[in-house]
Every structure is written in structure tokens, then in C-alpha cells.
Design a binder for this molecule. Structure first.
Ligand code: GLU
Length: 364
């Protein structure tokens, strides 16, 4: 059991746990889950639940099939289903005298620093009021380019923002399978590298949006921000009790992180196809903890505004660092490769000389 020292625990439940293949709501399961939560609460744990199911329940209600829904239609369906989802939680949790609240987040809410701090405060206030926040993505508003689309990474980002000790991802697989040994799950993962990617197969179910890949992305976020993450099969009744009785899960071990909260937030960003390619000299400078100057930039990928979170890669596309850009992509296009002293001349206004300052950067 790895929960003893966890004060804040996030549990993510996938749609397939709430709605079965015949589209029946798994009420008995949810009741048994609520019972497990009651037990954790009695041990003074602070709990957040990230629940999918808005689209699954909306589809059920409207008798639609998710697979052929257009984006705008699925947003309307999510709006119908979200209230069904919360009703289900509130009826079930009330029986155990557990108070719940709803938090709907968009990608911008977690990726913009001010908004993420705001969200953190709301979670903390809800803990103080003894409410269990139930989180989902705000599917009714998010458009496909600026959306999580899966609750695995959303749950991990929430874990980082609120400083959770543990994220438990309950799904319909037992954990991370080693495909070379069909039935064995990998018990402990301390590093996500090409060996891990080589072991896994990407499987998706009919309602959940995430597969094993989004779970690995989530694990990376958790590990970097000092939270442990568990993937386990949550299908049985009393899922949490069963998992810990049988010790059946994959555990991703958190890195011991001495980073300040702001730097943890920077390094765990999920955003951006935005990338800056840098030359060998700049790579060396970054590795020595220096700021990124325009002179070392070879190429800029993606459109971004000043202040956005950017991935810095070397010329072979190896990920080096993440940081907040002091310039927009349009500005960097104009000044890349130049000396800092030339910036003002080219842009027509004076500005900082670092593209990404070392205080706004975290090495990967
Ligand atoms: N937010 C989506 C929903 O509630 C689910 C996303 C996911 O499956 O991870 O239906």
C-alpha cells in the first residue's frame, strides 16, 4: 500500500467504469467506490476525483453513438451529460454523507499561470469546507486544438498544481503491460524512456479518449512534479480496497524534486507543439544553466505569444528544457541567430536580451 503518507489523493475514473458496454450505468460500482472514498476521508485524506463520463452519459441519454459525433455536437452532448454525471455522483455520495462540488477546467485554466494559481486556491478552499471536488474538462467550450481531450493528462496537471501526493488512474486495464510477457504488469517504473515505450501497446476503449500513451504523459508530469502515480484496474466493486489488498497496480515513482512550485508548473506544461531549435553552443549554455539568447536559435516551430511555455530542443530534436518565452514566435523569427545588441534595431523597440531567461526555464 502506497497511500499511508499521502495527504492529497486524486483519483481519476474513466468512462468505462461508470457506463458498461451495454450502456448501463454501473450504480453498484459507484456506491462501492463512494464507500472506499468514505474510508479514505476517515483517515483525513484530502480527495479530488477527476471523472470522465459526460459524453458517455450524454450519448446514453440521447441515444447517440460517440464514434460519429462531430465536435460541436459532442460539446452539446457533453453539456447534457455533465449534469447527469454530477447527479449520479451527488445521489450516490450523499448516502455516505460526502459533500461534492464540480470544477470544470479548460486547457488555458491550467496552462496560464495566474489561472492555475486561482484554481489551486479554489481546491484548497473546498478542502477546508470539507467538499470533494469532482473535476472534468469543460468539454462544452473547448475546441479541438486547445483542449486536453483526455482526463489522464488533465488529472496529472491538477495533481501538479495542487501538490497532490498521489494520482490513482482507475481504468479497465490492470496497469502497464509488458507485452513480451502478456499477462504481467510492470510493478514499478522509475524512468519513462524508450524501453518503456517499446513495451507498451496503445489500446483504447470505446468511450475513454485516453490510451496508454496519455497515461504515460500523465506519469511524466507526476514524476517531474514529485507526485506518485498509480495505474490500476478499477472495474471490481470497492476498487480502491481491492487494488491495495491485491497490490495490483503499476506505480510510477516520483522524482525527488527540489524545484520551486513555479518551476514545477513550468516543467509539467502539457501545452505546445511550440518548439525552439538551438545550436551546439546554446545547448552547452543551457546545460550550464544559462539563459537562451537569440544567437543560438536555429529554428522556431509553431505560433505562440509572449509568455507561452516553449520546448527547447537541440538540433537533433532532443528535449533540453522548457521555459516561458519573453518574445512571440513572430519576433523570434526576426531575431533568431542575431546578437542581442541587434534586437532593438530589427524589432524597432528595446526589449530584454534573453529569449527565455534562466529563471523562467527548467532543464528536462
Ligand atoms: N471529458 C470527457 C468526458 O467527460 C472524457 C475524456 C476522457 O475520456 O478522458 O466524457
Amino acid at each position: 500500500m502506497h497511500l499511508k503518507n499521502s495527504k492529497i489523493i486524486i483519483i481519476k475514473i474513466g468512462s468505462s467504469l461508470l457506463v458498461d458496454a451495454d450502456r448501463k450505468i454501473r450504480k453498484k460500482w459507484l456506491t462501492s467506490f463512494a464507500k472506499d472514498i468514505k474510508k479514505l476521508k476517515s483517515k483525513n485524506k484530502k480527495i479530488v476525483i477527476v471523472s470522465s463520463g459526460a459524453i458517455a452519459l450524454g450519448c446514453k441519454k440521447m441515444n447517440y453513438n460517440k464514434t460519429n459525433l462531430r465536435l460541436d455536437k459532442s460539446q452539446a452532448i457533453a453539456s447534457i451529460g455533465q449534469i447527469e454525471l454530477m447527479n449520479l455522483f451527488s445521489q450516490t455520495f450523499l448516502k455516505f454523507k460526502l459533500n461534492i462540488s464540480q470544477i470544470l477546467l479548460t486547457l488555458e485554466d491550467t496552462e496560464e499561470r495566474r489561472r492555475s494559481i486561482n484554481a489551486k486556491r479554489t481546491f484548497e478552499n473546498l478542502f477546508e469546507l470539507d467538499y470533494i471536488p469532482i473535476v472534468n474538462e469543460n468539454d462544452t467550450i473547448a475546441t479541438s486544438e486547445i483542449k486536453y481531450g483526455d482526463n489522464d493528462r488533465l488529472a496529472a496537471r491538477v495533481a501538479q498544481i495542487i501538490g497532490a501526493d498521489t494520482l490513482i488512474i482507475l481504468s479497465d486495464v490492470d496497469g502497464l503491460y509488458d507485452k513480451s510477457k502478456k499477462k504481467n504488469i510492470i510493478r514499478t517504473v522509475s524512468k519513462i524512456d524508450s524501453n518503456i515505450y517499446a513495451l507498451v501497446e496503445d489500446k483504447k476503449n470505446s468511450y475513454g479518449s485516453g490510451g496508454i500513451m496519455t497515461k504515460l504523459d500523465a506519469a511524466k508530469i507526476c514524476m517531474n512534479s514529485g507526485s506518485q502515480m498509480l495505474i490500476a484496474n478499477g472495474q471490481k466493486l470497492n476498487p480502491l480496497k481491492k487494488i491495495f489488498e491485491n497490490n495490483n497496480y503499476t506505480r510510477f515513482v516520483p522524482k525527488i524534486s527540489t524545484l520551486a512550485a513555479r518551476k514545477k508548473w513550468i516543467v509539467s506544461s502539457i501545452s505546445s507543439s511550440a518548439k525552439i531549435y538551438i545550436d551546439d553552443g546554446a545547448t552547452k549554455a543551457i546545460n550550464n544553466g544559462k539563459s537562451l539568447l537569440p544567437a543560438g536559435i536555429i529554428r522556431v516551430l509553431g505560433n505562440f505569444k509572449k509568455g507561452e511555455n516553449i520546448l527547447i530542443v537541440d538540433k537533433n530534436n532532443n528535449e533540453l528544457a522548457r521555459g516561458l518565452s519573453s518574445f512571440s514566435s513572430i519576433e523570434i523569427q526576426k531575431i533568431k541567430g542575431l546578437q542581442s545588441s541587434q534586437i532593438e534595431n530589427i524589432l524597432g523597440y528595446s526589449s530584454k536580451s534573453e529569449i527565455i531567461h534562466k529563471d523562467d526555464m527548467v532543464k528536462l
